[in-house]
Design a protein around this ligand. Structure first.
Ligand code: C2E
Ligand code: CA
Ligand code: CA
Ligand code: CA
Length: 274
């Protein structure tokens, strides 16, 4: 029995160190990816439901690994967050999204906003507002063409500095949206205090035709409008979902039904069609 225990222990220990090794390797590879420009941004169009026009694009990072091919953000953002590398990656994302959006505008396409996902670490950087300001200056993108997506849990607390950051960003003229709304602990109290411009209803509320979900979506939209916020539904995959959303006066939608996230060169066509 003792022997067996020892083996289990060794097994456990070695799996920890395996894991740890894997994380170290991945960290090294992430650094290399940054240096060697292996990251790309793909963009998913956001459509206004009453005008039918594309009004925004969400930038979603992809890691184009030289051997492994495309790696999705869910598989490396958490580690990047843990190691702090998310700051450098996030800086690149912010700059690249603004640069690309300005490039499209300069090429004569109808201007749209670009939405950039911020991780918690990024949002809590002391110099975030300065960074955003610098990126806008450097790329020449006007602030009202940038939308920053933060999650509920990042915003829903009453800390003074969070409120200040949000106000400073709004004073700068950029938009702030709350992503994955409804998946965390939303506090309606904070929602009324925070100067955010848009709520993104999480796709889980569209997943099934449950009556309760429909009622929840309806009330989120109603509440947002009375607080002067817009609502976008994400993860729209079917025409039924679309019809429902249009019926309850949801402002915008985003999802596979309309378009997958696409690399920039594929979006050019998209714009022309619009
Ligand atoms: P998210 O911000 O909630 O992004 C929406 C995710 O849903 C994207 O996955 C998108 O491709 C996917 N999606 C879009 N339409 C549909 C649909 O109709 N059905 C379904 N089932 N899925 C849909 P993706 O690109 O794999 O990104 C996953 C998450 O990774 C994002 O969730 C976001 O939290 C994070 N992420 C992506 N890019 C960045 C980034 O540049 N910075 C940071 N910090 N996080 C990022
Ligand atoms: Ca998002
Ligand atoms: Ca989301
Ligand atoms: Ca999500």
């Amino acid at each position: 029995i003792k022997e067996k225990h020892r083996n289990n222990y060794n097994l456990f220990e070695s799996s920890i160190s395996e894991n740890f090794k894997m994380m170290l390797t991945m960290e090294t590879e992430l650094r290399k990816a940054l240096k060697e420009k292996q990251f790309e941004l793909h963009y998913q169009p956001q459509k206004n439901l009453s005008s039918g026009k594309v009004v925004g694009l969400e930038a979603l990072i992809r890691w184009n690994h030289p051997e492994k091919g495309y790696i999705s953000p869910g598989d490396f953002i958490p580690l990047a967050e843990k190691t702090g590398l998310i700051i450098e990656i996030g800086d690149w994302v912010l700059y690249e999204a603004c640069r690309q959006n300005k490039e499209w505008q300069d090429a004569g396409y109808e201007p749209v906003t670009v939405s950039v996902n911020l991780s918690a670490k990024q949002f809590h950087q002391r110099n975030l507002v300065d960074k955003v300001k610098q990126v806008l200056n450097k790329t020449g993108l006007e602030p009202h063409y940038l939308d920053l997506e933060i999650t509920e849990s990042m915003a829903m607390s009453n800390e003074e500095d969070i409120l200040k950051t949000l106000h400073d960003l709004r004073d700068l003229g950029v938009f702030v949206s709350i992503d994955d709304f409804g998946t965390g602990y939303s506090s309606f109290k904070y929602l009324s205090i925070f100067p955010v411009t848009k709520l993104k209803i999480d796709k889980m509320f569209l997943n099934d035709a449950q009556k309760e979900n429909k009622a929840i979506v309806k009330s989120i939209i109603h509440m947002s409008h009375s607080l002067d916020m817009k609502v976008i539904a994400e993860g729209v995959e079917t025409v039924d979902q679309l019809l429902f959303l249009a019926g309850v006066e949801c402002d915008e939608m985003q999802g596979f039904y309309f378009s997958k996230p696409l690399p920039p060169e594929k979006l050019n066509n998209f714009f022309i069609e619009v």
